[in-house]
Design a protein around this ligand. Structure first.
Ligand SMILES: [Zn+2]
Length: 265
């Protein structure tokens, strides 16, 4: 599969995607894993990377060894985050390897060798690469993260910590639930109307009684508002593509979490 934004690759029998506008410059490496290539049984089949769902820890650790192993890493040599749908961002280093940063939905680093990971099932992965400052940021933004402006918080944290200039940044928004599938009610509608100046364009009338929220579009808007101009969108809806990704909504809460890794060489 190659939809322009993301290129499908394989490491042995493990499929993953990379964003095509992130240069293969030897500075950063990244992968968006799918649900395939792991050892977990249904409903976590098969590359579930999260211990927050009732899959066995042995399976999750075996899956992490397979996934992070494409870059020579394992669960103890990457930085994890305990996600809470907030907008707080932590700066991390290799001293954080194997640990879980609690209550952060954004991680940033400029330390060579540092690898950031997060897990998703409908919320959007946010990647930010600063080729000028050789720094990276990774985020997790569902509707709450979009409303609270996690993408903008990531950009501002990189400006403060590394002197990043928004015009230099390359951003990418990974697979998430799309406006095709994300019917919402309150409090989402009220929060989006209160917190987005362009709310009308983010709440789509699909002909039903309730609007559909454009989560990837909302995250893109937050990045634009923070001054980022180079943004690549995956164009993939997790709820449409449960053949490829886990979807909390489409699978009614009983599913796994796919993962991403973003690291500096
Ligand atoms: Zn969809």
């Amino acid at each position: 599969m190659h939809n322009g934004a993301m290129q499908a690759l394989y490491d042995g029998d493990l499929p993953y995607f990379r964003f095509t506008h992130f240069p293969e410059d030897g500075v950063q490496s990244h992968a968006v894993f799918t649900r395939h290539g792991g050892v977990s049984p249904a409903p976590f089949d098969s590359l579930n990377l999260s211990v927050s769902v009732p899959d066995s820890r042995d399976n999750v650790y075996a899956n992490r060894a397979r996934a992070y192993g494409i870059f020579g890493r394992d669960t103890g040599s990457v930085v994890h985050a305990h996600l809470v749908h907030g907008a707080d961002v932590a700066q991390v280093t290799r001293a954080d390897d194997g640990t879980w940063r609690a209550h952060f939905d954004g991680l940033i680093t400029d330390e060579p060798g540092c690898a950031l990971t997060m897990n998703y099932a409908d919320c959007a992965p946010i990647f930010i690469y600063d080729p000028a400052r050789r720094a990276i940021g990774l985020g997790h933004a569902g509707w709450q993260g979009a409303v609270r402006d996690l993408p903008g918080a990531l950009v501002r944290a990189m400006q403060a910590a590394f002197g990043s200039r928004p015009a230099d940044l390359l951003a990418a928004v990974g697979p998430s639930i799309g406006p095709c599938c994300y019917e919402v009610g309150e409090p989402v509608v009220g929060q989006v109307r209160a917190r987005f100046s362009g709310a009308a364009s983010l709440l789509h009338d699909n002909g039903g009684p309730r609007p559909h929220f454009d989560l990837p579009g909302a995250n893109r808007q937050r990045l634009l508002d923070a001054g980022v101009r180079q943004i690549q969108m995956s164009g993939i809806c997790t709820a449409c593509r449960t053949d490829l990704f886990f979807s909390h909504r489409a699978e009614k809460g009983t599913t796994g979490r796919f993962g991403v890794i973003f690291m500096l060489s």
